[in-house]
Design a protein around this ligand. Structure first.
Ligand code: SAM
Ligand code: SF4
Length: 343
């Protein structure tokens, strides 16, 4: 009997049948903070401008990815709001058909000023990284002195409130769990979700990037968050929605917002991984914890057409491992600096 030739899938799938429909684009390696868990004290060497993908190149990748079924794109960095002309990229992604859900991860310092652009380009959600509610602590976490830290903290806080005030952009606060620096603030963060319509997400500290030393003593498992919140009453589990990320979602009774736990290390969520990352210098990174990457910039700059780009995206999808090998007891650094990749 004649076999019907198999047509290659029009969507991005890995070798384990996971559909990849979420692309994270890092648009810069520059940052206006030096978070201790993300960068070494002196920062990481800056990439020469020519090494960073242009906005046109990023827009092309987004367009080809959308043609392969990607329906969610996150802009990240470095600090993405430092990228000159970022609104042009956002608008061009907003114009894609079908229109992907466009999101942004930022440290929030420049958020207030950028909100009109984010609104104009239909950004649905901003994730603001904020690891302490205490202005006097912010500098020690982000590599600033105490005075500058308190000033920057106020900027972030204004950004969060201004984003909430738009009524059109959902706000999530990303809190990296740090045993030495915010363990005593978990309940305060959770109470924020009672008072404000936002999601507070507690994220396990991870070893990423060879240049940033990982301090096992700072690690705090997400499971300890629930213990710390016992005094606040029962945590009602929330169902996961289609396309939801790896966060386990909860709500405190009567809360306006919600809580999320992202236990990247203590419990693998690799089985449901749906994402592909592109670093600022144009490397496709199939797994945050793997050293295997695919150089998309060479394809882009070597005259590759859309088919070649699609083939490269599919090849990167095929490099995704079944799961990462990290455990809290057996941590290894992976190659790509977080500040070039965007978490
Ligand atoms: N600069 C932006 C920001 O801070 O939101 C975007 C880039 S930053 C690399 C993206 C996310 O990665 C942030 O939420 C940050 O807290 C997280 N991150 C960085 N290093 C991390 C680490 N070692 N473990 C866990 N999360 C980390
Ligand atoms: Fe902090 Fe984000 Fe900058 Fe890293 S890239 S130092 S997490 S603000």
């Amino acid at each position: 009997m004649e076999q019907t030739p198999k047509t290659p899938p029009a969507v991005l799938c890995d070798l384990f049948g996971r559909r990849l429909h979420y692309l994270r684009l890092s648009v810069t390696d520059r940052c206006n903070l030096r978070c201790t868990y993300c960068m070494p004290q002196g920062g990481v060497p800056k990439l020469p401008h020519a090494e960073i993908l242009s906005l046109e190149e990023l827009a092309r990748v987004a367009q080809v990815a959308v043609s392969l079924g990607v329906d969610k794109i996150r802009i990240t960095g470095g600090e993405p709001l430092l990228r000159r002309d970022l609104p042009l990229l956002l608008l061009s992604i907003h114009g894609l058909k079908p229109r992907p859900d466009l999101r942004l991860t930022t440290n929030g310092r420049l958020l207030e000023a950028h909100l009109p652009d984010l609104l104009a380009s239909g950004v649905s959600t901003v994730n603001v990284s904020l690891d302490t509610l205490r202005p006097e602590r912010y500098g020690a976490i982000t590599g600033l002195d105490e005075r500058e830290g308190a000033k920057a903290h106020a900027e972030v806080w204004r950004g969060i409130h201004a984003a909430l005030d738009t009524g059109r952009i959902a706000v999530k606060i990303n809190v990296v769990l740090l045993a030495d620096q915010n363990r005593d603030e978990l309940a305060a963060f959770a109470r924020l979700s009672q008072d404000l319509p936002l999601a507070v997400r507690f994220i396990e500290y991870m070893p990423v990037g060879r240049r940033t030393p990982f301090s096992p003593g700072r690690f705090l498992a997400a499971s300890q968050v629930t213990e710390s919140l016992e005094g606040l009453g029962p945590l009602e589990p929330l169902p996961s929605r289609p396309g939801d990320g790896p966060a386990q979602r909860f709500r405190l009774a009567g809360a306006k917002g919600e809580l999320g736990l992202i236990n990247a290390l203590s419990s693998h969520f690799c089985a449901t991984c749906n994402r592909l990352r592109l670093s600022a210098e144009g490397l496709l990174v199939p797994c945050l914890f793997s050293d295997q990457t695919l150089d998309l910039k060479t394809v882009l700059r070597g005259g590759g057409d859309d088919e070649a780009l699609a083939a490269a995206l599919k090849a990167a999808a095929a490099l995704k491992p079944r799961h990462h090998m990290q455990t809290p007891a057996g941590l290894q650094h992976s190659g790509c600096a977080m500040s070039r990749l965007g978490g």
